[in-house]
Design a binder for this molecule. Sequence first.
Ligand code: F0G
Length: 456
Amino acid sequence: RRSWAEPWKIKMVEPLRIISRAEREAALKAAGYNTFLLRSEDVYIDLLTDSGTNAMSDRQWAALMMGDEAYAGSRSFYRLEAAVQQAYGYRHVIPTHQGRGAEHLISRIAIQPGQYVPGNMYFTTTRLHQELAGGTFVDVIIDEAHDPLSQYPFKGNVDLDKLQTLINQVGAKQIAYISLAGTVNMAGGQPVSMANVRAVRELCDRYGIRIFLDATRLVENAFFIKEREPGYDTRTIAEIVREFCSYTDGAWMSAKKDSLVNIGGWLALNDDQLADEARNLVVVYEGLHTYGGMAGRDMEALAVGIEESLQEDYIRARIGQVRYLGELLLDWNIPIVEPIGGHAIFLDARRFYPHLPQDLFPAQTLAAELYLDSGVRAMERGIASAGRDPKTGQNHYPKLELTRLTIPRRVYTQAHMDVVAEAVKAVYDQRERARGLRMVYEPRYLRFFQARFEPI
Ligand code: F0G
């Protein structure tokens, strides 16, 4: 087997800074043991998120100069609109400043208070907007998704029986829409199969239920379909993305992920009336319907990023790098979510720290320990992220208690991945020493972003 390498070379570099362990201890304490509250200058390798942390290409930087900064009717908007229509196949495109701007709009226009929103596992901001619109999210993902050791190739799939049971219980009219994400972030970047989205479409057609897609990492999902699903190995990533979208009625997008930019998003809809409502609401919360909170130059860079994201050699290198890191960790028997997903390696904090109960925030503890040891920044995706049930006020206790090493696109080299793997190993070797954390400040919304902790 011959090695392959990234299909690009580096034209501009950004120096990294490493501070001492004593300085990291002080920084972590000042940040309330929450990696979201660290200053990025105090971070060595930043794997907090793949959101908005991408490196743009020379073509994208050139496109920035072409931005048309007109308030209304910007040429850059029409360029973006055409790029989204071409790549994803929807009719109407409404720009937003980022993904949650689009989540807000779709939740407001498509959910009646009291309705249910079934989805393939929750995402933090997605579920919050659904709840703020008066909806109740219901998890209908297959059970395998909650099991970090299941090797099932499409752990993002919707469980059709769970969906049918919900329809039987509450009635189709009480279902706002299906909230379908590909890949599924909180499950470990796990994909949905084409057969599954087709089957969900068939089921929904019987009841007149709409499907809206979180297309944030759909390109990465398409890579797994090409690799794993019979009949798709000869199809292009672009064709797979289009086909997937064709089974849905619209999508929202955080362009900060798949589309290789630092900011941006959109909502796309096929229904004329719904699109009119979204276009009307966008002017209230985001900006005019031809910029939605983005500068003209952002829309130009995004249009180019969409094209680049669909290139086969790009996506193979992207997922290949994530896999490279995951395989290093598996070689050392470090517990991670398997199969390795699209955008990140998820350390399984339950198996990493079997002595820590979930109330002591094992995944948050692991993120803190990793930063202390090496300056590598990860993110909690466990009980802190899951938040509380809005009706009862009780903590959600998610089955998955994970620490995410999220890989920005086109930013770090293979040597950085080696350093990260060694850092995780060093923390693993001292795992018995970890004592856990207690939460001392809890914000009302999306608490994981700003919560503060203290060591036990
Ligand atoms: N949907 C998914 C699947 C996401 O992962 C995100 C953001 C959003 C929607 C919201 O988009 O951030 O542009 O407003 N995920 C980031 C992350 C924050 O780190 O996983 P946004």
